[in-house]
Design a binder for this molecule. Structure first.
Ligand SMILES: [Zn+2]
Length: 325
């Protein structure tokens, strides 16, 4: 049997709409993957069965016994108590409450199991396999429905007291801002997430502003961040205005993070990062302009190298990094 830290990992991305299980090697090779719908509205027990089924099929196809892997690591959105392996009220899995998912997985498969917040997984994944290879101090931000964060400080993932560090989406950007789901007001993700961009666009379209997206909007279709990006590339003035609005707020949050952590690199992942340079370049310009000069000069801002596989690659990286520490 190969030495533990060189066995592959069964990495799982537990999302609100899909569950992805992947077999990943120490060198970052994704051998095989299995995707199933989460069917979150069917409730907790059903979702856990979906997760088990995805792992069962992946393992069966791979010909590798689950007990011959380095373990199963689940990355999930929401607050994770990493000391106790408990996920609490994940926002995309309604009605879950507190679930000891780590021991549930361990008991089912009889292997070491791990549970990690997906944004932290993203940071470890980019550090071991992606854009942040060889970087000692980096911040990884995922811009999606909300905003997640993970910090690699002195080459290690920073956990905080129980693993809750990195809730960057809820740092206050405007003390008089609108109410956030977290209970606070004016949080960063109300301005710089994909959801925020879409909401702001729909506000402008409701006001009747001229845009190529009006037709889609009037047909009752959801106008997504990727629609906005596409329209911006065709020089739609409203789409360009929205991208600039969003980039400015992304930049403002990054200024705070750069000033606090002095990272060499900020890696930007998540759905919004796919918009590319038209969003990330002006955000970087805000950092260069507003962050403390020597800190701003030292940081580079880059898009994620792992793309859609970021959560599973990160979940695997977490197990490998643990083995290496
Ligand atoms: Zn908040």
């Amino acid at each position: 049997m190969p030495e533990t830290r060189y066995r592959p990992v069964v990495a799982v991305d537990l999302g609100g709409t899909k569950i992805e299980a992947a077999m990943i090697t120490r060198s970052g090779q994704l051998l095989d993957q299995e995707r199933v719908p989460t069917q979150a509205n069917e409730g907790k027990a059903h979702v856990i069965e979906q997760l088990f089924g995805a792992i069962d099929r992946l393992v069966e196809r791979s010909g590798i016994e689950v007990t011959d892997t380095a373990g199963v690591c689940v990355a999930a959105a929401g607050p994770v108590d990493m000391k106790r392996g408990i996920i609490s009220d994940p926002p995309n899995l309604p009605g879950w409450g507190s679930v000891p998912l780590q021991s549930i997985v361990r008991d089912r498969f009889g292997v070491d199991s791990y549970l990690i917040n997906d944004a932290k997984a993203a940071a470890v994944g980019e550090h071991l396999f992606g854009a942040g290879k060889g970087i000692d101090n980096m911040v990884c931000i995922t811009l999606g429905t909300g905003i997640g964060g993970g910090f690699i400080l002195d080459r290690r993932l920073y956990f905080g007291a129980f693993g809750g560090a990195g809730e960057v989406g809820h740092m206050t950007i405007d003390i008089n801002g609108p109410k956030c789901n977290c209970g606070n007001m004016g949080c960063w993700e109300l301005y710089a997430s994909g959801t925020a961009m879409e909401k702001e666009m729909s506000r402008h379209l409701t006001l009747g502003e001229k845009s190529s997206l009006q037709q889609l909007f009037k047909a009752g279709e959801p106008v997504t961040a990727s629609h906005i990006a596409e329209a911006a590339r065709k020089q739609d003035p409203l789409a360009l205005k929205l991208i600039a609005w969003s980039a400015n707020y992304i930049g403002i949050g990054l200024v705070n993070l750069v000033n606090i952590f002095n990272p060499q690199m900020v890696v930007i992942g998540g759905g919004l990062s796919k918009i590319g340079p038209i969003l990330l370049d002006p955000a970087e310009a805000v950092v260069k302009q507003r962050a403390s000069k020597i800190l701003a000069d030292a940081v580079t801002i880059v898009p994620s190298a792992l793309g859609d596989d970021i959560a599973v690659m990160g979940a695997a990286a977490y197990v490998f990094e643990k083995g290496a520490i």
